[in-house]
Ligand binder design. Structure first.
Ligand code: FMN
Length: 140
């Protein structure tokens, strides 16, 4: 069966608390298990980066719910593709908290990505994590 993988970034609402993030994760895991969705959620305290994978209708449905969710804004799809095999088969949704320091964030995500993630996707996720974590240094 062909699966869809979708990656987006968004901005956490200013009044989002730690308890809110815990609640998002708990609900995500519960619903994703029912919907056959797996994936990864990266949070740096300000921005989210999420990759979700599942059947195309299940992903489209989740995207509609995510777009309406007031706990984040600036929802922007960064990548959308068909995949043959899941990259995050064991994760109904795994939260990786990263610091706003780009190098730290990069290392944290790189360490935690499952082996099933192909090199090009690994590289893309690491770079995107770096880019949501702090400003790109224009001097270099
Ligand atoms: C950053 C973020 C990530 C989320 N991830 C998921 C997810 O992976 N799966 C999910 O079902 N809901 C997720 N949610 C919650 C959905 O936006 C939505 O509240 C939930 O699916 C219930 O939908 P409903 O409120 O329309 O009933 C996430 C919300 C946020 C803010």
């Amino acid at each position: 069966m062909t699966l869809k993988s979708l990656t987006y970034t968004s901005l956490a609402s200013l009044d989002l608390t730690g308890a809110d993030v815990d609640a998002i994760l708990a609900k995500a895991r519960e619903l994703n298990a029912l919907d056959g969705i797996t994936g990864l959620l990266v949070f740096n305290g300000t921005r989210f980066l999420q990759i979700i994978e599942g059947s195309p209708p299940a992903i489209d449905d989740l995207v509609n719910r995510l777009r309406r969710d007031p706990r984040h804004s600036a929802f922007e799809i960064r990548d959308e593709r068909e995949i043959e095999d899941r990259m995050f088969a064991d994760w109904s949704m795994e939260l990786v908290r990263v610091s706003t320091d780009r190098i730290d964030a990069r290392e944290t995500v790189s360490r935690q990505l499952p082996d099933a993630v192909p090199d090009d996707v690994h590289q893309r996720l690491v770079t995107m994590t770096e880019n949501i974590s702090g400003n790109i240094d224009m001097r270099s």
